[in-house]
Design a protein around this ligand. Structure first.
Ligand code: PLP
Length: 391
């Protein structure tokens, strides 16, 4: 990547360079936006339909409904299953305790009972070896989250869940383009089509990001797709005919036009992220810093490159003093959020321990030179001698 600032060994390295990401598309995005503006059609046009078809081809699901954002995709998905009588308030849904809160909000919004499962320290995803022990006779669904771009799928466990009639939802906000080694319930091995229905987010910082909010629902179940489309459009199945009390959750034509351009480059986006991760993993060598696993049995898309360190806050400060911005995904898990105080049952010591140790390094729009600087700064970190904080 050519960018003058990357040659300056002292310029700050921000966590994200979305300006550089935009440049990778060489003006195509600006052209797509300008054409859409000139078209005079801003909602419910051909670009949204074309994008839905492109996402279907990408992930292998049978149906797609483009919507307003990732949280709305999750909300409409859950509400559709409730409307169709497949799940009801009071039913339990398993979810990974270390996920972003948006995976859980739609469950409690519709009266479902989230039951947390600890993550695996290898891939940060729900620990499939613990999952089945949390099933009760009220368990009706599981929300799989492909966190940090790591596909979460265990063929044997998922087959047994499916055979017991447990719905498998995917939160695919972070893993577009990722692949499981084996195919899911419907023949494709891409995230977003492994389970019964999936939600995507195209928030600007995701691997494929819009110029604002956008999301999508995919499913191989035409009833679910129809219901989500209806719910996203005021609850109307045809014009001015409302069969259910719905919402307005449409994606607009400008975002669809942008996403059509971006989706075409998904493979090179994923490849570059894998290169960034491989370079970090080659260059970082510090006994105080644990690197994320490079998994050879599946395709990771590296939404985040997450290291773990017992003195995470000191490491974060050390990098900040070298001008390097980092982030934490996520410092406070859902069960510790004030809005869920006393509401999300269970103790999650592994989730809590990981939340204190994880640190995300910059990955989007970063140059190889910058990666070398970040790695050198990580390598020069030393654990504070006088650190008496409990481990
Ligand atoms: C970003 C994200 C969401 C929410 O998507 P929005 O488009 O921001 O509403 C949901 N789940 C996960 C895991 C996410 O990373």
């Amino acid at each position: 990547m050519s960018d003058n600032s990357s040659n300056d060994a002292f310029s700050p390295i921000p966590f994200l360079r979305l300006d550089r990401v935009l440049k990778e598309y060489g003006g195509e995005i600006e052209t797509a936006v300008a054409e859409t503006v000139a078209s005079g059609r801003y909602l419910q046009g051909s670009r949204v339909r074309d994008f839905e078809n492109a996402l279907i081809s990408q992930c292998g699901a049978r149906h797609c409904v483009a919507v307003s954002n990732g949280l709305d995709a999750l909300r409409l998905m859950v509400r559709a299953y409730i409307d169709l009588g497949r799940i009801k308030p009071g039913d339990e849904v398993l979810y990974p305790a270390n996920t972003y809160i948006a995976s859980v909000l739609p469950l409690t919004e519709f009266g479902l009972v989230p039951v947390g499962v600890e993550p695996s320290e290898t891939d940060f995803n729900i620990d499939f070896t613990h999952l089945e022990s949390r099933i009760t006779d009220r368990t009706r669904a599981v929300m799989l989250v492909h966190l940090y771009g790591n596909p979460a799928w265990d063929a044997d466990v998922c087959r047994r869940l499916h055979e017991r009639g447990i719905i498998i939802w995917e939160d695919n906000a972070q893993a577009i383009g990722a692949e499981s080694p084996v195919s899911g319930l419907h023949g494709s091995n891409r995230t977003g089509s492994l389970g019964d229905a999936a939600a995507f987010s195209f928030y600007p910082t995701k691997n494929i990001g819009a110029l604002g909010d956008a999301g999508a629902l995919t499913t191989s179940d035409s009833e679910v797709a129809d219901r989500v489309r209806t719910l996203a459009q005021y609850g109307s199945d045809r014009r001015y005919h409302n069969i259910t009390q719905g919402y307005n959750c449409r994606m607009d034509e400008i975002q669809a036009a942008v996403l059509i351009v971006k989706l075409k480059r998904l493979d090179s986006v994923s490849r570059r992220r894998a290169e960034v991760a491989a370079l970090y993993s080659d260059l970082i060598a510090n006994p105080a810093v644990k690197l994320p696993a490079i998994l050879t049995d599946r395709r990771q898309v590296w939404h985040q490159y997450v290291v773990m360190c017992e003195d995470r806050d000191s490491l974060k400060d050390h990098l900040a003093s070298a001008g390097i911005a980092t982030d934490i995904h996520y410092a406070v898990p859902p069960h510790r959020q004030p809005c869920y105080s006393g509401l999300l049952r269970g103790d999650f010591p592994r989730t809590d321990r990981m939340a204190d140790r994880i640190l995300s390094l910059p990955t989007a729009g970063i140059t190889d030179d910058e990666i070398r600087r970040v790695a050198a700064a990580v390598n020069s970190f030393q654990r504070p001698q006088n650190d008496t904080r409990p481990k």
